[in-house]
Design a protein around this ligand. Structure first.
Ligand SMILES: O=c1[nH]cc([C@@H]2O[C@H](COP(=O)(O)O)[C@@H](O)[C@H]2O)c(=O)[nH]1
Ligand SMILES: [Mg+2]
Length: 225
């Protein structure tokens, strides 16, 4: 683990990593696809997870060849998702880790594929966690030109850490989705992946864990629990 042990800044993904929102997308999207006798397969979900939402709905529309537009898919799914987002739970281990890092003054942020509007709904009951972050970067941020798997969002996050400033080699990204892991590795950062247990093909990451509860901060040079 030697070279991994120099982390000074931690960047959290949101959906499926801090918050248990991925299952909500499955339900809302499948509900629409039922009308067209189509399935939101896990393979397709893996392709779109982490992307900006409109881009992801565009890919679903094209891959499944369904007779409504990506725009309609966004509008219709969001109708269902809005009510689900405000009640979403945290993922196991997320709160403990964030509290711990905060206690030790480790600079942290969230870098998410969510739009600001969805971010507000999802974090409605989790303001305490968001409050421990130095800042959050959402996919509609004007500086984030390309969503994950492009590295933009993580590079923007790195540039916004002020005290102290961050370098890629000293940033640790915690992610659940292949597109997010690819983005973190493309940004030359350290990356721990906590994938959905259904994921068969794991992209290259520095470490893969079953749950954030298994994360040992000291392996990355951070204070132990
Ligand atoms: O089943 C899905 N999960 C997730 C997404 C997209 O991925 C984002 C979550 O990304 P992240 O985990 O990077 O916060 C969501 O906001 C949404 O845009 C999606 O389209 N479909
Ligand atoms: Mg995620």
């Amino acid at each position: 683990m030697g070279s991994l042990g120099n982390v000074t800044h931690v960047i959290f993904d949101l959906d499926g990593l801090i918050l248990n929102t991925e299952i909500l997308y499955d339900v809302a999207i499948q509900k629409i696809l039922d009308r067209f006798d189509k399935t939101y397969t896990y393979d397709l979900k893996m392709k779109v997870m982490g992307m900006k939402y409109h881009k992801s709905m565009d890919l679903i529309q094209k891959e499944l060849d369904i007779p409504i537009t990506a725009e309609e898919l966004v509008t219709e799914s969001m109708c269902n998702l809005k009510e689900l987002f405000i009640k979403c739970d945290k993922m196991p281990g997320a709160e403990r880790l964030i509290n711990h890092l905060r206690k030790h003054g480790i600079p942290m942020c969230i870098a998410t594929g969510s739009s600001s509007k969805d971010f507000e709904l999802k974090t409605h009951s989790h303001k305490d966690l968001v409050g421990m972050m130095e800042f959050t970067v959402r996919s509609d941020d004007p500086e984030v030109k390309h969503g994950k798997p492009h590295p933009d969002i993580f590079l923007v996050a790195k540039s916004r850490f002020q005290t102290p400033p961050a370098s890629s080699a000293n940033c640790l990204v915690l992610e659940d989705a292949p597109n997010g892991v690819k983005a973190a590795m493309a940004a030359d950062m350290k990356c721990v992946m906590v994938p959905d247990p259904r994921l068969e093909t794991i992209p290259p990451a520095h470490l893969v864990l079953k749950s954030l509860e298994e994360f040992s901060p000291q392996d990355f040079g951070l204070p132990p629990f």
